[in-house]
Write a protein that binds this ligand. Structure first.
Ligand code: PLP
Length: 314
């Protein structure tokens, strides 16, 4: 199913073993699973979360997708890329008071035909409210409404097609990944028999409830957990230490950004260092993509041009 879209270059999942002194000291065999695509905006969890939404657009004879997102969101860039490539329309209800035409994510989306409706912060809080969503659906009957982050049962279903347990060295007893709106984590829990650890990238205590809503009933509640200890000051906030960790990872040829994948990988390394994952000998970390977010960090001067180059991999 991963190769089902001939319009994109979607490579098979690729595996990368990481050899770092902390891992060696703690006797952990760590494997990163990558899913790279061209355009890169669909890499990681993005195409997986969108593919069944796109199938639904086609099955229901709709003309495209309407969704929600912030101005630097990886999800809106992915929706714009996928819809443009497939000749579909895309519209985002954007959490913003105005559209900043210099924002690289917005530029990418506009270049790919996405349109925007602005929501202020109070309005944006209604993005999961049924009545509000019904109003949006009624306003755009030709478009399929996709939840923020693509985190719906369709999103989780796509992610559940990915086998993250069987690394090239054998079975991983733990699969770890960044979590925010919860759809990716729900898909990974559904598909993998190993223990699953979501490491939160946002300070949001409702993630677990949202994940539960997307899980089949038979899933054992003890098979997964969410760690909230490494959110830093919140979404898209990161300490100099976390940024330094991302730079260090680049020297191991692991390219992560400090909003999602780097934040979660940092948390994983801390848990390993603290001996909290000692019972696991082999761990898989799902690289969920999102490197386009580095453009936004550079644009806002939150990272230097040199950091950008290092984190992107030259
Ligand atoms: C790069 C990246 N990693 C992880 C996540 C978290 O995924 P989810 O929102 O499904 O929890 C996101 C958000 O979609 C993301 O953009």
């Amino acid at each position: 199913m991963l190769d089902d879209c001939t319009l994109f270059t979607i490579k098979k999942p690729s595996w990368q073993q990481v050899k770092h002194p902390i891992l060696i000291k703690n006797n952990i065999d760590l494997w990163l699973c990558h899913l790279q695509t061209r355009p890169a905006q669909l890499s990681g969890n993005k195409w997986l979360k969108l593919k069944h939404h796109i199938a639904k657009v086609k099955a229901e004879h709709k003309h495209g997708i309407v969704t929600f997102g912030g101005a630097f969101s990886n999800h809106i860039a992915a929706v714009a890329a996928a819809c443009a490539q497939l000749g579909l329309k895309s519209l985002t209800y954007l959490r913003a008071d105005s559209v900043d035409l210099n924002n690289p994510t917005i530029q990418f989306c506009l270049q790919h035909g996405m349109r925007f409706h602005l929501l202020n912060r109070a309005e944006y809080r209604l993005r999961n409210d049924d009545t509000f969503c019904q109003v949006i659906t009624n306003s755009h009957p030709e478009l399929l409404l996709v939840a923020e982050g693509g985190s719906s049962s369709e999103g989780a279903k796509g992610v559940a097609e990915l086998n993250l347990t069987d690394t090239p060295n054998g079975k991983a007893s733990l699969v770890a990944l960044a979590t925010a709106s919860g759809g990716t984590l729900a898909g990974v829990i559904t598909a993998n028999k190993s223990q699953v650890l979501g490491i939160a990238a946002v300070k949001d205590s409702s993630i677990a409830d949202r994940v539960k809503q997307l899980l089949p009933q038979e899933v054992n509640a003890t098979s997964w957990s969410i760690n909230m200890d490494y959110t830093d000051a919140g979404y898209a906030k990161f300490s100099p230490e976390l940024l330094a960790f991302c730079r260090e990872m680049a020297s191991y040829n692991v390219h992560v950004e400090p909003i999602y994948s780097g934040k979660a990988l940092y948390g994983l390394f801390k848990l390993i260092e603290q001996g909290q994952l000692n019972k696991h000998k082999r761990i898989c970390f799902f690289h969920t993509g999102g490197l386009q977010g580095l453009d936004g960090l550079l644009y806002r001067n939150l990272i230097s041009a040199n950091d950008y180059k290092i984190l992107m991999g030259g």
